[in-house]
Design a protein around this ligand. Structure first.
Ligand code: HEM
Length: 278
């Protein structure tokens, strides 16, 4: 909104809290950078901030180097914003879809226990042997669609797309829901159904329209990390816990909260350990 109508930025209102929070967040990162600087061992970088500080030092004499503290603070902030809420919110959606579909939960649990038993933690190499669970994780992501408009982009020159003239400097948002629930591309576009990712033989396959991370040179930088987190978390949860909905409690409105991240309303679910089942 602020990009479209910049004057809003200067008007009073609840949106001012965003800027306040942004400043607090940046000071938190700056504190952390300070602590890193004081304890930095160049022979043993511990994390992204250490590696960035070392690169800044290396490029000290390079004119126009983009490795400076302001850029580091924004990059760390980007990783926080883009990397935590997205995956955590996908898992929250997952818990809702799984409680609504106890048959899917049971089928995943049986498959996982057959391959891993009750105690061994899953690893990424288990994916091939867990096609139904892998399909379920993908279906959670398709239905969750947590970044429905991606990140805003801007045209750097005038372009023509399918007969439309788009001037330079136009803000572009994508409509990922239009792709992830496209009736021409999905067997079950409007319902939660892992069969969307299984062929006739029950083997996992990924339809071309599965694009929750978008496409192109500015596609999600954290795709591999996010996929790893989602598979390992969801598989471990389904191995050990049965999720169910509290009797009499109303289901949340599944389309309620939409901002940059599409989130479910807060909800409570029952988690029963499956320990007693083995
Ligand atoms: C379920 C998890 C996630 C989803 C669905 C997701 C989705 C997306 C989407 C749709 C974009 C915009 C791409 C575009 O506009 O073309 C994006 C950008 C980005 N994502 Fe993710 N993301 C997820 C997790 C992560 C994680 C874990 C990280 C890093 C730790 C991350 C880092 C980024 C960054 C840095 C960008 C900006 C890339 C650029 O502008 O070049 N994301 N993500």
């Amino acid at each position: 909104m602020v990009n479209l109508v910049p004057i809003i930025k200067n008007l009073p209102g609840p949106h001012q809290k965003i800027y306040q929070n942004g400043e607090e967040f940046k000071s938190f990162i700056r504190e952390s950078v300070k602590a890193h600087r004081e304890t930095l061992d160049p022979d043993s970088p511990r994390d992204f901030i250490d590696a960035y500080l070392l690169e800044m030092e290396k490029q000290k004499s390079t004119q126009d180097s983009t490795f400076h503290e302001d850029n580091m603070v924004m990059s760390v902030g980007d990783l926080f914003f883009a990397g935590t809420d997205t995956t955590a919110t996908t898992i929250r959606w997952g818990l809702l879809y799984l409680t609504q579909n106890p048959d899917v939960q049971e089928r995943c649990h049986d498959e996982i226990v057959q391959v891993l038993g009750f105690d061994r933690f899953p690893i990424m190499d288990d994916r091939d042997q867990l096609p139904y669970t892998l399909a379920t994780v993908h279906e959670i992501q398709r239905c969750a669609n947590v970044a429905p408009s991606g990140v805003p982009h801007q045209t750097t020159k005038p372009i023509k797309l399918r007969g439309y003239d788009i001037p330079q400097g136009t803000q572009i948002l994508i409509n990922l829901m239009g792709i992830l629930a496209n009736k021409e591309h999905w067997k079950h576009p409007d319902t939660f159904n892992p069969e969307n990712f299984l062929d006739d033989k029950g083997h996992f396959f990924k339809p071309e329209a599965f694009l929750p991370f978008s496409l192109g040179p500015r596609a999600c930088l954290g795709e591999t990390l996010a996929k790893t987190e989602l598979f390992l978390f969801v598989t471990s949860l389904l191995q050990r816990i049965r999720f169910s909905w509290p009797t009499g409690e109303k289901w949340p409105d599944m389309n309620r909260i939409l901002s940059v991240i599409r989130s479910p309303e807060p909800f409570n679910i029952i988690c029963n350990s499956r320990d007693s089942e083995h």
